[in-house]
Design a protein. Sequence first.
Length: 252
Amino acid sequence: MIWFTADLHFGHESVIKMQNRPFKDYRDMDDALIHHINECVGPNDRLFILGDVSHHITVGETNALVKRLHGRKYLLLGNHDMTGEPEKCQYDESLFEYVGYYKKMNANNMNIIMMHFPMLSWPKAMAGSVMLHGHIHSGPEYNEANIKAGIRRYDVGVDANNYYPVSIEQVKQWAEQTPVSITSRENLYIPGVWTAEPVSLGRFEEEHPDRKLVVYDSNENRELTEYHDEETLKKKIKDAHSIRDGFWKVTI
């Protein structure tokens, strides 16, 4: 079986109040989240953790908590997991079978795209592929709203799933309720959301003078915020119109 989770935030006392999590303190939260995962995940199951394993505890403490989790673990790096080096996490990488920012997978007759951050556009979106993510700490209403909107984007974070992991079967059932809706290009330009949609920088600046595009270079593990003209951008990105090396993000 394949399972997904995100935004565990082991050790993060403040997240209990910020997200109204039903735990008395972070130790209670850590134990409960581990128990919920181990209730579901078998020793040979695959567990994809889509970022933000811990916050405000040491690397050693995090490693000890990860070791308690059942399954073969795969980590999609979140903003609290990074070291500043490309494709590197803070934790003991030998605990994971995969560490990276972005992963594609075909399972249960679904094309699945995984990343910590939600994306507005992703490969084969119009053909029905599913985008799994964390980061936004939504409630269950987010995934329900996406069914109605025809958006196959699912928050696998614990805050959206009653503090339990999500099975591939749950994703399949949810996707079957979510007919694909064609999204207009204008809707791809919402501030703060990643997209792999090809964008013309010149056209974007003309149509949206109040916003700017930021490119996140997954090879260099940083945002390229200082490149404002298309020619300079092309020097840093192999092709400024197909974005093979990173993801666009719209900011104010």
